[in-house]
Design a protein around this ligand. Structure first.
Ligand code: NAP
Length: 508
């Protein structure tokens, strides 16, 4: 029997009441048709703190096909009315939710650190970004421009209008558990779509908070629906449901590829943001301290668990021997631990599987002949024994054909590669199947422009880390990193809307 949870006072009470407390662990509901409800399955799963695996951050619904069907039906039923609501009015719900999230910023940051492991400053920064995204797309309600061009014919007006897709499925990963759901939810809603959101099972609380804020902001029932549960069951049922008119997915390349194959027969609009193997090229004119900081930020912050993380440092030979010791010293100085503690710069791997993957790739790199310069081990002793901590790791002697140079690890593992000159650096940088982000460190304007021209990446940074993007610009990769239209920035609306072209003769 589906039960209703009353969340209506949560944002105003000093002690949040987000669900029922069972043995001091809070149980969180699905959110379907404007109500917080249990799954039909009657089962839940735990959300574990990766820095302290004894701590259950909360339990979440193990949803099933029946829950998906109800959520999709609710979203479909609400869509026409939502699309008929003026876009500026739709934006008001996003503004109000942004205000509510801002009031709770310290709490939300702490919760994210506890469910995902990133440091508190990183988590606060991410929630702030989600808030900014809500505000930005709230404003887009008044800025959904269309084309109006002269006709070839007399007394004819030619212009375009936008129509929402209908009901869209949003499937998100664990590594940005607030920002990524926000950057899908907000443009989908402002364009007039209703949504069913399925967050990653490893970090569902942060997106629950976004949904709860929109609920508290008074968004009409059925417009947003949130269901948790495994990708194999909930994700599969959601992407198979005929009510879904579009899918926005961020996650691994393997799941993205499978989704693409699955929906291509239906010619469903789909957007896939997937893995990367992002390079930083360091040219010989660089300031070495500065270059080392850029590499460390890109490779190790957030435990290397960013799709835009740098995993290949391509260094011009004349500076290689000087840069490497600086890089190692700075890496040695990094503070690793529970991200809630002040001064910690790197938290744990998100779970035991990711930790095993990191260690497995470290072994593969050694077996293939790369030279371990720093790190390479799981951290143990004291508080490290409570979580999935791993040393930031640097390999030298990495060659382009090694798996460590070609495959995404998604951990704090950096491969150093030597380039004889700029041209060979570019060849190495482009010699992978991915093309998400890429950076260069140099003061040589000509080389920088050649890099911007020739690098095969959707996100290009100069004298900045590969990671660290802003919400007001389009986001996405090229090659096998991405498929479909861009996310974020004004272009995000394009995915969530269809263009209709009007030819109107005003006399006859
Ligand atoms: P993942 O395993 O592919 O999961 C992503 C989402 O898909 C999760 O919600 C997952 O649910 C769901 N899912 C799994 N199998 C599914 C299926 N058969 N049908 C529908 N949904 C399914 O990725 P992840 O481990 O969460 O995230 C890490 C990956 O995301 C990395 O490869 C990283 O590069 C990539 N990423 C890319 C970007 C970008 O913008 N390019 C940004 C961030 C992350 P469960 O959690 O329940 O398994």
């Amino acid at each position: 029997m589906r039960s209703r949870r009353d969340f209506n006072t949560r944002w105003t009470e000093s002690e949040p009441q987000e669900g029922t407390k069972e043995n001091t662990v809070t149980a969180f509901g699905n959110y379907i048709n404007g109500e917080f409800v249990d799954s039909e399955s009657g089962k839940t799963f735990p959300n574990i703190n990766p820095a302290n695996i004894d701590e259950v951050v909360g339990t979440f619904q193990s949803s099933n096909e029946a829950d998906v069907a109800v959520a999709c039906a609710a979203a479909t039923a609400a869509q026409e009315q939502w699309a008929a609501t003026p876009a500026t009015k739709r934006g008001e719900y996003l503004f109000k939710a942004a205000d509510l999230l801002t009031e709770k910023l310290p709490q939300l940051g702490e919760e994210m650190t506890r469910e995902e492991g990133k440091t508190l400053p990183e988590a606060i920064g991410e929630v702030t970004r989600a808030i900014n995204i809500f505000r930005y797309f709230g404003g887009e309600g008044a800025r959904q421009f269309s084309l109006n061009v002269p006709s070839e014919r007399p007394q004819v007006l030619c212009y375009t209008i936008r129509k929402p897709l209908g009901t869209v499925a949003l499937i998100t990963p664990w590594n940005f558990p607030s920002a990524i759901p926000a950057w899908k939810l907000a443009p989908a809603l402002i364009a007039g779509n209703t949504v069913v959101l399925k967050p990653a099972s490893l970090a569902p609380l942060s997106s629950f908070r976004l949904v709860a804020a929109l609920h508290e902001a008074g968004i009409p029932k059925g417009v947003i629906n949130y269901i948790t549960g495994s990708g194999g069951s909930v994700g599969d049922a959601l992407t198979s449901n005929p009510a879904i008119n579009g899918i926005s997915f961020t996650g691994s390349t393997s799941v993205g590829d499978a989704l693409y194959r699955k929906v291509s027969d239906r010619k469903l609009r789909i957007q896939l943001e997937m893995g990367g193997k992002n390079p930083t090229i360091v040219l010989k004119d660089s300031d070495l301290n500065y270059a080392a900081d850029i590499l460390i930020n890109g490779a190790f912050f957030s435990t290397g668990q960013k799709c835009t993380a740098c995993s290949r440092a391509i260094i011009e030979r004349p500076i290689y021997d000087q840069l490497v010791p600086i890089l190692i010293e700075k890496t040695r100085a990094l503070k690793i631990g529970n991200g809630l503690q002040p001064g910690i710069q790197i938290g744990p791997a998100v779970d035991s599987h990711q930790l095993e993957t990191d260690l497995e790739y470290i072994k593969i790199a050694k077996d293939e002949g790369a030279e371990l310069l720093y790190g390479g081990n799981r951290l143990s002793g004291g508080d490290f024994d409570k979580g999935y901590f791993i040393e930031p790791t640097i390999f030298a002697g990495v060659t382009p054909n090694m798996r460590i140079a070609q495959e995404e690890v998604f951990g704090p593992v950096l491969g150093l590669m030597v380039a004889e000159d700029f041209e060979s650096a570019m060849e190495i940088a482009n010699g992978v199947r991915f093309g998400l982000s890429a950076s260069i460190v140099s003061r040589d304007l000509t080389r920088v422009h050649q890099f911007i021209e020739k690098i095969e990446a959707g996100l290009i940074t100069v004298n900045l880390p590969t990671a660290g993007v802003e919400y007001q610009l389009p986001f996405g990769g090229t090659k096998e990193s991405s498929y479909g239209m861009r996310e974020q920035g004004p272009q995000a609306i394009d995915f969530y809307s269809e263009t209709r072209t009007v030819y109107l003769r005003y006399v006859h």
